[in-house]
Design a protein around this ligand. Structure first.
Ligand code: NCD
Length: 306
């Protein structure tokens, strides 16, 4: 493993992704067998969440505890010294004196890159504004591999707010290491950003852009559903106009292949109906479960590999 600091899914080579996924399946076995694990024994991890989180923070903290490590945390910008005007640089320069590993979510796009200018300690980006969310992409890939048996030769449909969803940006970068086709389903206002498209062109990955899921459902192997990212809109009226642009329900999902899987990083608001939950295609709560072994694998690799 060549990195100790993970800020972007673009950093990861095919070999590194495979190492992480392999390590995650070892971690899953450890969890299933309830084996004691001491890979982070004596280590302190700082869990810094300056933006709301349920799954990412709690699964990271679960992963740390399952590895025998200890956690210190900061939750909410309101409670941090940013409130007094401190820079992110100074905050990280401070925290690196307390912790062995730093996990950070922050509302600023590019904040993960900014943070690592202040420290050489192992660092994991848990979401930087509308930028990236590489650990979510890894657990998405782990779930796809587990459910479909492969990451190659798949058509991946991604629906919703492709502009602001950091999970989408990281997932596209990550899966571009494989032989996949992308179908981007978004209204014009929420199209996949040019920087992601440019990356796909450079890598020679097939993609197409459509505005409605109806005509493409039958082509998909994976259907990744995202919410419209309310907190990124400066124009609240625009959010109101777009928030219900899609509604994925059992009827739509059943238009797809029988072995289609439906993923979502969650939370869901109104875009994904609970009537999908009981279909065999629904895999979003499996993603939640897989997040712990994947984050255990990453924490172990950033701390313990040379
Ligand atoms: C995502 C995030 O925070 O980017 N959630 C998560 O980490 N599971 C997706 C979202 O908030 O829509």
């Amino acid at each position: 493993m060549s990195f100790k600091q993970l800020t972007s899914a673009k950093q990861l080579s095919l070999e590194e992704i495979e190492v992480i996924l392999e390590k995650a399946s070892e971690m899953e076995k450890i969890l299933e067998q309830k084996e004691e694990c001491n890979l982070l024994k004596g280590k302190i991890v700082a869990s810094l969440f300056y933006e709301p989180s349920t799954r990412t923070r709690l699964s990271f903290e679960t992963a740390i505890l399952r590895l025998g490590g200890k956690v210190i945390n900061a939750v909410g910008e309101e409670n941090a010294s940013f409130k007094k005007g401190e820079t992110l640089y100074d905050t990280i320069k401070t925290i690196e004196n307390y912790a062995d590993i730093i996990v950070m979510r922050h509302p600023g796009e590019g904040s993960a890159e900014e943070a690592i200018r202040a420290t050489n300690k192992p660092f994991i980006n848990a979401g930087d504004g509308a930028g990236e969310h590489p650990t979510q992409a890894l657990l998405d890939a782990y779930t796809i591999k587990k459910e479909k048996g492969r990451l190659d030769e798949l058509t991946i449909g991604i629906l919703g707010d492709l502009k602001f969803s950091r999970t989408v940006h990281s997932l596209v970068f990550l899966l571009s290491n494989y032989k996949v086709n992308f179908v981007f389903i978004a209204p014009d206002e929420l199209k996949i950003p040019e920087k992601v498209v440019a990356f796909l062109k450079e890598k020679n990955i097939n993609y197409k852009e459509v505005t409605s899921p109806d005509d493409v459902m039958e082509e998909l192997d994976v259907f990744y559903v995202t919410r419209v990212q309310k907190e990124r809109f400066e124009d609240k009226a625009k959010y109101e106009e777009l928030k219900n642009v899609y509604y994925v329900d059992a009827e739509l999902v059943q238009k797809g292949k029988n072995d289609l899987i439906v993923l979502s990083p969650l939370p869901r608001i109104t875009e994904l109906s609970t009537d999908v939950d009981n279909l065999p295609q629904a895999a979003y709560f499996k993603q939640v479960k897989n997040s712990v072994p994947v984050r255990m694998a990453l924490l172990d690799l950033v701390e313990n590999s040379d």
